[in-house]
Design a protein around this ligand. Structure first.
Ligand SMILES: NC(=O)C1=CN([C@@H]2O[C@H](COP(=O)(O)OP(=O)(O)OC[C@H]3O[C@@H](n4cnc5c(N)ncnc54)[C@H](O)[C@@H]3O)[C@@H](O)[C@H]2O)C=CC1
Ligand SMILES: CC(C)CC(=O)C(=O)O
Ligand SMILES: [Mg+2]
Length: 355
């Protein structure tokens, strides 16, 4: 397993260090793992003047899988736009063709009290959000800030999806739905946006190849509301890049914290980049208080999707469940009666539970 490690910025290095400790434990137990650490985002800009430099590109293109922390920070917000850390993240996703972003929102029963919803509303919650990751308004041209014909400054972005982009992500979502509860909800804003009206039309067409999957459609505003009203009505959600970005952050709070939500970003051959759904959390960076579990759970997803090692994925996920059962909590999921631990303290507990 050739794994590229991209710590990134803010809390990135702290949380990735804990996942690397898990990897080292697996290696000590006999797993053939080779890692190379390279910068992305602000860290890459600091070293190379580019958020996705050639040195990083060369390594990630030949790696089997990539583990990323997060990128970004206020110190980079005034850079020219193409130098900003977030552009480096968009660039690596595009460069590697990582169009399929899986974001599972699952409630560990031990965290029922940390969820923002009542325990009876979230008990057993297990939703898979399938977010398209290399199209939509995050990539569409034209984009920019200019002076318009009326002589006024204007900002603009373009929401675009080609038929093939919609078909391939719909296929991913239908296949995941087939392996789960055969229920797929496609989220759009087809009532006002042509781009997502087209999305809906193509998803309906792809559905003909999956007659065993029950397809429904929901406008994104209603979906945002339904997620906090009755989240268990959803099993698999498929949506575009921006709606999936927003809905997955929302869904994370049902599981207790954004620090619990892992992700896999896959190409057509299951080569993948694995990262927590959250950002670089500059407000808590360098304090050793961030929750590393989303990153550790992303490593489990790597074992499952890229390396087809369900046994190792389960071993990591069981270790996470064990530490939660033992009562260890980082600050974001802390409740009275549990034991507060630091980011590295949580890493210690997970490594110990892996034994
Ligand atoms: N995939 C990535 O690399 C992403 C990068 N970003 C970037 O991250 C920077 C900060 O963005 P924000 O909007 O503040 O979002 P954020 O997700 O970094 O933080 C939002 C809130 O959640 C908390 N939080 C996030 N992860 C946590 C963890 N593991 N444990 C405990 N608390 C956690 C933070 O402390 C903060 O209060 C920006 O530069 C943004 O562009 C944002 C989202 C994704
Ligand atoms: C920072 C953005 C490029 C991405 C984002 O928020 C995400 O992928 O969750
Ligand atoms: Mg996001």
């Amino acid at each position: 397993m050739k794994i590229a490690i991209l710590p990134g910025d803010g809390i990135g290095p702290e949380i990735v260090a804990q996942a690397v400790r898990v990897l080292e434990k697996l290696k000590a137990d006999g797993l053939a793992v080779e890692t190379v650490t390279v910068p992305l985002g602000g860290a890459a800009y600091d070293q190379y003047g580019e958020p996705y430099p050639e040195a990083t590109r060369d390594v990630v293109r030949t790696a089997d899988a990539i583990l990323l922390g997060a990128v970004g920070g206020p110190q980079y917000d005034t850079l020219p736009r193409d130098k900003r850390p977030e552009r480096g993240l968009l660039a690596i996703r595009k460069d590697l063709g990582l169009f399929g972003n899986l974001r599972p929102a699952m409630l560990y029963p031990e965290l029922a009290g940390a969820s923002t919803l009542k325990p009876e509303v979230v008990a057993g919650l297990d939703i898979m959000i399938v977010r398209e990751l290399t199209g939509d308004i995050y990539f569409g041209q034209p984009r920019g800030i200019h002076v318009n014909d009326a002589g006024e400054r204007e900002g603009f972005n373009t929401m675009r999806y080609s038929e093939s982009e919609i078909r391939r992500i719909a296929k991913v979502a239908f296949e995941i739905a087939q392996k789960r509860n055969k229920k797929l909800c496609s989220v759009d804003k087809a009532n006002v946006l042509e781009c997502t009206e087209f999305w809906k039309e193509i998803v309906i067409d792809v559905a003909k190849q999956y007659p065993d999957v029950e397809l429904s459609h929901m406008y994104v505003d209603n979906a945002a509301m339904q997620l906090v009203r009755n989240p268990k009505q959803f099993d698999v959600i498929v949506t575009g890049n921006i709606f999936g970005d927003i809905l997955s952050d929302e869904a994370s709070m049902l599981t207790g914290s954004i620090g619990m939500l892992p992700s896999a970003s896959l190409d057509a051959n299951n080569k993948g980049l694995y990262e927590p759904c959250h950002g670089s959390a500059p407000d808590i960076a360098g304090k050793n208080v961030a929750n590393p579990l989303a990153t550790i759970l992303s490593l489990a997803m790597m074992m499952r999707y890229t390396f087809a090692r369900e046994d190792i994925a389960k071993r990591i996920e069981t270790a996470v469940q064990t530490v939660l059962r033992q009562g260890y909590r980082t600050a974001d999921i802390y409740e009275a009666g549990t034991q507060k631990v630091s980011c590295s303290g949580m890493g210690d507990a997970v490594v110990a539970a892996l034994a």
